[in-house]
Design a protein around this ligand. Structure first.
Ligand SMILES: Cc1cc2nc3c(=O)[nH]c(=O)nc-3n(C[C@H](O)[C@H](O)[C@H](O)COP(=O)(O)O)c2cc1C
Length: 191
């Protein structure tokens, strides 16, 4: 079994990556293969509403000038998908939004390609707005017929400068529990 995680932060190895890696650590402990994809410095364009994916139905985005189709391929091959983002103006980052728009549209155009895969959101936040961003990611999972495990709190960690989230003990515990619950769910679904 495999889980692929995408970090939508503009800062590679920042708080979002730290939180995400804790979830991945727990999955690895349960024997689940993981991969973290850092989206920083690899800009993704948003959906241009050409609707060619609905016409082509080839499981690909017709805008083939960035890495979207590679990211989508990783999603298709995985059993679980983590979308991790810093909170930017109370929402996900622009890069994460672009990934959601285009992967979401291609999935819908092809009969819900991500159906029944397990999805989890991870958010880093300095102070406020993470719940709104958390919802933005969950909207993607739920409209795509994905299955979403919970944790002991909503999946966020608090911190501003890189590394600050390590001091958020509850946030760290939330990520550990999320990883364990995701592993538990994946094992039930693939028993
Ligand atoms: C453009 C931008 C917008 C931000 N907006 C918010 C916000 O709305 N609420 C908040 O609490 N923190 C906000 N922050 C702070 C980040 O969410 C916070 O520093 C987070 O830990 C960054 O994660 P990273 O280290 O993975 O980049 C913002 C940061 C940036 C760069």
């Amino acid at each position: 079994m495999k889980v692929v995680a995408f970090n939508g932060s503009s800062r590679k190895g920042g708080n979002t990556a730290i939180l995400c890696n804790i979830v991945l650590e727990e999955l690895e402990k349960e024997g689940i293969e993981t991969q973290l994809v850092e989206l920083a410095k690899k800009p993704l364009q948003g959906c241009i509403a050409c609707y060619k994916c609905f016409k082509n139905k080839d499981k690909r985005c017709a805008v083939d000038k960035d890495a979207l189709n590679d990211h989508l391929q990783l999603m298709l091959e995985a059993d679980g998908i983590i979308l991790a983002s810093p909170t930017y103006f109370s929402d996900v980052s622009a890069t994460m939004k672009a990934l959601i728009e285009r992967a979401g549209m291609v999935s819908r155009a092809n009969g819900d390609l991500l159906k029944r895969k397990v999805g989890a959101a991870v958010l880093a936040v300095r102070r406020a707005g993470a719940i709104h961003a958390f919802n933005s990611i969950n909207f993607f999972f739920f409209i795509g017929q994905m299955i979403v495990p919970g944790s002991s709190y909503w999946n966020l960690g608090v911190g501003r400068d890189i590394g600050d989230v390590k001091d958020d003990k509850e946030g760290i515990e939330t990520m550990r529990t999320l990883g364990r619950n995701m592993a538990w769910l994946l094992k039930k679904l693939h028993a």
